[in-house]
Design a protein around this ligand. Structure first.
Ligand code: ZN
Length: 485
């Protein structure tokens, strides 16, 4: 089985061949943790979760690194403005790391709800300052950087004379010269398009570290180069992220790696497209900024109702990751219905009994789904194949079709593989029934407690003994009881 991925760098679909099979190194730009987790976080997380699951399914041993941007991420391209974490910390009079942890906890909670598997390593930029300084030193020693007023900048003009700066984003340096001239007015740079590797901290800046150049902080693009190299080596397989990161972030990462090691670090660059809301870019100033928690609770004027995390996941998977997705209540409601139909069909499938013969052909389903997934993660086609099979499952439930034992078993295994393991869709019906079951056990134990208080030993003993027989462990505590299975 071969996986084809669209490589942004070569602008074509390529067969994925890892550098050191069966090991695969994958780096994805993670969240900046100074704001609410929102829809913009969901799409890359879900896209690369599908890739992570697919690679593991293909038998690769994947080291998936997704960083936490918690320092030096300023306005625009990290060269100017104020560190947003430090700003929040100062306004709320708390430690910058409290700001980071607060948003990171919420991010993790939202990702778990969305069924996103945790990465193998989640390094913080703030925990890798030494690595970043060493990386700058290498670029500096190789002559691709210059120091100015305690800050260090990457010399883009010099680099572009020998290397193709703009190869990933398709921008060219003359164009950049036109568009970036006079924009930021930073005289200490030789060229307006040079980007910061290290910035000298202003006196009011809370987060700063000692370096050979000044007391300061690293530029934003640097953390991904430094941490990617540390955990995946100088050259690794996959680097992913949202399309909004193509330039300058990823373009600068390429220049930094070549500057430090003489080699390009990444084989396959993958980018997910953006999400719009009712046709417009999401933004705080447009009043259409919706956090993930607001989606889950429905607490936003734009939302007609709450949407479960699985509806959001399903909605995102219904589009190919390289096409744009537009969120609207109508579209989400359609996804909600679609997901319900899929999961109901899956539940029915598990209850079907085998017959002597199959009256419909379902044998090809697994290979059709596989083919779609391995074709640059074409999840909408996988979903449409599953829906085709649902028609037959519904017919079988109504007694209008039958499956023999072998076909039924294969169908059940294929649904489990694609719905649960690869698309990561969980039944919310399961969550609800889990809740109901916990409540029922609690109720039973409350009745037992009452019986004990009434000295009705026969009832209390019966409940305890029976539950023990079913595999429950009940412990009496001073506030009541605890149980486990
Ligand atoms: Zn990055």
């Amino acid at each position: 089985m071969e996986l084809q991925v669209y490589n942004t760098l070569t602008r074509k679909k390529e067969v994925f061949k890892p550098l050191h099979a069966p090991n695969v190194g994958m780096y994805v730009c993670g969240p900046t943790v100074y704001g609410d987790p929102h829809l913009g976080h969901a799409r890359p997380a879900i896209t690369f979760d599908i890739l992570f699951r697919t690679l593991k399914y293909l038998g690769y041993k994947v080291r998936y690194v997704r960083n936490i941007t918690d320092v030096g991420h300023l306005e625009n391209d990290a060269d100017s403005g104020e560190d947003k974490i430090a700003k929040k910390a100062r306004l709320e009079q708390i430690e910058p790391m409290e700001v980071v942890q607060y948003y990171l906890n919420r991010y993790h909670k939202a990702m778990e709800a969305l069924g996103v598997l945790p990465p193998s390593i989640e390094p913080h930029a703030s925990g890798h300052i030494i690595e970043q300084i060493e990386f700058i030193q290498k670029i500096f020693d190789n002559g691709w950087a210059y120091e100015s007023e305690g800050s260090v900048y990457f010399d883009v003009e010099k680099y572009a004379k020998q290397h193709h700066y703009g190869k990933l984003s398709g921008r060219n340096i003359d164009e950049l010269l036109e568009t970036t001239r006079d924009l930021d007015g930073q005289e200490e740079k030789r060229n307006s398009f040079d980007f910061a590797l290290w910035k000298k901290a202003a006196p009011e800046h809370i987060m700063h570290w000692r370096s050979p150049w000044s007391e300061g902080f690293p530029g934003w693009h640097l953390e991904c180069s430094a941490m990617g190299t540390k955990y995946l080596g100088e050259q690794f397989d996959i680097h992913g992220g949202g399309m909004d990161l193509l330039f300058p972030h990823h373009e600068c990462e390429i220049a930094q790696s070549v500057g430090a090691t003489g080699k390009e670090s990444v084989r396959y660059w993958l980018h997910n497209n953006m999400i719009t809301i009712n046709g417009k870019k999401m933004g705080k100033s447009l009043g259409n900024f919706i956090t993930l928690e607001e989606f889950f609770t429905g607490a936003h004027p734009i939302l007609a109702q709450a949407y479960t995390p699985m509806t959001i996941r399903f909605f995102i998977l219904q589009a190919h990751y390289r096409s744009t997705v537009d969120f609207s209540n109508e579209a989400l409601q359609a996804s909600e219905k679609g997901l319900e139909r899929l999961l109901e069909g899956y539940a029915r499938l598990q209850k079907l009994q085998p017959a002597g013969v199959s009256t419909v052909e379902v044998k090809g389903l697994k290979s059709k789904c596989e083919e779609a997934l391995l074709d640059d993660l074409n999840t909408p086609i996988v979903i449409s194949q599953l829906f085709e099979a649902i028609k037959h499952i519904n017919a079988a439930t109504d007694g209008k079709a039958t499956f023999n034992a072998e076909d039924l078993q294969e169908l059940q295994a294929t649904f489990k593989l694609f719905v649960e393991d690869l698309l990561g869709l969980q039944s919310t019906a399961n969550e609800t029934s889990n809740e109901a079951y916990k409540k029922a056990v609690d109720l039973l134990l409350e009745i037992r407690l009452q019986a004990k208080q009434n000295k009705d030993w026969a009832t209390s003993d019966k409940i305890r003994k029976q539950l023990a027989e079913y595999g429950f462990q009940v412990k009496d505590t001073k506030d009541g009881f605890e149980w486990s299975l």
